[in-house]
Design a protein. Sequence first.
Length: 92
Amino acid sequence: MIHNGIEYGLMQAYAEGFDILKNANIDALPAEHRFDLDIADIAEVWRRGSVIPSWLLDLTASALAENHTLDKLFGLRGGLRRRPLDRQRRDR
């Protein structure tokens, strides 16, 4: 149970950090505070720059390298899965 709590905390921390970085260029920010960041590159730097390996960060970096917006993923109980092919076609 403790392991799961730590894992969920890490997932939340990664999600919040990536969300902040993803929205670093929104119009609500003053122009001098906007940054256009490559989230996939940042995930890879975090993944390689830590002395503590993280399987969750490895998965995140892989997913972001394949699809920068993760728009082909959707949440389900038990984790993220790819959208069914028919739904991918419909959502284009």
